[in-house]
Design a protein around this ligand. Sequence first.
Ligand SMILES: Cc1ncc(C[n+]2csc(CCOP(=O)(O)OP(=O)(O)O)c2C)c(N)n1
Ligand SMILES: [Mg+2]
Length: 348
Amino acid sequence: MTEVVPAGRELRRVIGDGASVPDGEIDGVDESDFIELYRQLVLLRTYDERSVVYHRQGRIGTYAMFWGHEAIQVGAAHALERGDWIFPSYREGAIGLLRGMPPATVLSWWRGHPAGWWNPLDYNVASICVPIATQVPHAAGLAWGKKLRGEHTVALTFFGDGATSEGAFHEGANFAGVMRAPLVLLCNNNQWAISTPLSAQTAAPTLADKAIGYGMPAVRVDGGDVLAVYEAARDAVARARAGDGPSFIEAVTYRMAPHGSADDPGAYIDQERVEEEKEGECVGRFERYLRRLGVLDDEAVENAKAEALEAMREGIAAAEAEPPADRELVFEHAYADPPPTFREGWLG
Ligand SMILES: Cc1ncc(C[n+]2csc(CCOP(=O)(O)OP(=O)(O)O)c2C)c(N)n1
Ligand SMILES: [Mg+2]
């Protein structure tokens, strides 16, 4: 059996600051990985920033931004094979883009249009879960099912710090531990659950400590360091694929954007801390690292940004060109026999 020890309190980092903190080492990552990681970071950043604008223009509905959390998503997804499964929360709403999902599909989801209801089997990306932590038992179940079938597929699920207080998280983690399911539990500890700070969320010294109760190893990484996240996810995925069961990753970051487009963080967040954290945001940090290595120049940066922007322009145009949705669809998947009041009032 794997020895389970408390996670080190120290955060694992690879990327330094170009001054007093030196860059660390990571093996098995070549120049093409670096460029791919960078392009994906820029794609997600562009998606997120454009979505805030589209929301303000009334072109998408309520939106949960992930500005500053791109490294967690990109680093983790890069550690997976295409056949592995991703179970996102609303915070990873656009992660399908990393699997080739068109921006129009994701934007349609946020427009509340059925064109955004992708088939999970097409991308091995499950539906976005808005109820907190409910994706964890889904992922544990899929991972266990794959194991029973003798397939070597891994499932990775994202959830927040607040989610670790939910029953569904504990049930999913316990189940995965007992069944030794090939699951990676990736906690985005952005230190806020809407307006509830981490200090009011848990008495555990770290979220990674919770993994001990479920017999799985855990690691804490800097969630703004795409290479540290990738390395931790790669280890966890290898462990899962080898039949050694689930692992927990706590990616520590800080929420630098509002919780969502309906939130006013000015009422509770420490704005000075936000400004400080922004200086080390993950896309710029990786860009500076790659420039230090000499694998990225101005032209490559501009190309990546222009490409992502174009994908978004095409995406919103395609989403808006969709014919209006059939209202009945909302009820078709909820009721075998819609109550008569629906037929007479709403739909009639
Ligand atoms: C089961 C459930 N309870 C409450 C809510 C309301 N709610 C929406 S987001 C949120 C906070 C979640 O915080 P965290 O897990 O840290 O994720 P983050 O939003 O920071 O990514 C809550 C309580 C919900 N969506 N689902
Ligand atoms: Mg949170």
